[in-house]
Design a binder for this molecule. Sequence first.
Ligand SMILES: [Zn+2]
Length: 271
Amino acid sequence: MPELPEVETVRRRLAPVLEGRRLERVEIDDPRVTRPFDPQDVARELTGERVAQADRRGKYLVLRFESGRALLIHLRMTGALLTGANAGPHRRAILTLDDGSEIAYRDVRRFGTWLLLEPDEVETYLDARVGPEPLADGYRARDLAAKLVARRAPVKAALLDQRTVAGVGNIYADEALWRSRLHPLTPASQLQPEEVKALHRAVREALRRGLERQGSTLRDYRLPNGEAGGMQHEFKVYGRGGEPCERCGTPIDKIRVAGRGTWYCPSCQRL
Ligand SMILES: [Zn+2]
């Protein structure tokens, strides 16, 4: 599932294509994309909107229009935005811009969502669902500590909660916990200040690395030009069960935390 590095990579690639352009024609072929709203209604509302900014909050791609409205696109499992119309049989929608270029939306498993919000709804909607941006300049260890202090849940579960820190999902949570040498089942509220500092640093490092490699392609994630990301070649623990830890050589173990497959080093990351 695309996490912050993947969505931010898509945003950076699409911003120059979209910003300043008017949506000349909008076609949404799958009612699941916009449900519970009628896809034809949403397409009609979108037509004529001019993109002021291609933004991102957490895992949401936020197309902000000059009108003040915004389209929130969440790619969920397998959503992808591709330039050019050749998106194959799983194309669910297509945007035609006023310069004739096209952006297709492909989604194999159809969990992705498009939500058009009115100007006064946008920030309220996002603030209720998305916590602080971990790569923002002002993001401090104390911001993370404030979110973890009252949580009895395992630290891995707390990280997956988008209100704790925006954009971290299963991959980058495991990578950050390995980097900070924390066991995924450590109760969040029991972390010592030094451990929270290490985790804060590790979350940022893991996400930055993912961003540098333009995200990780396990199966469906693609850059808008169809290329794959490269981060999957650099995972320290994610999906590497049985392989040696690069720090200590101990085989990476897999457990379940908060219902998600979770990889960690049983020697470096002790409970
Ligand atoms: Zn290790």
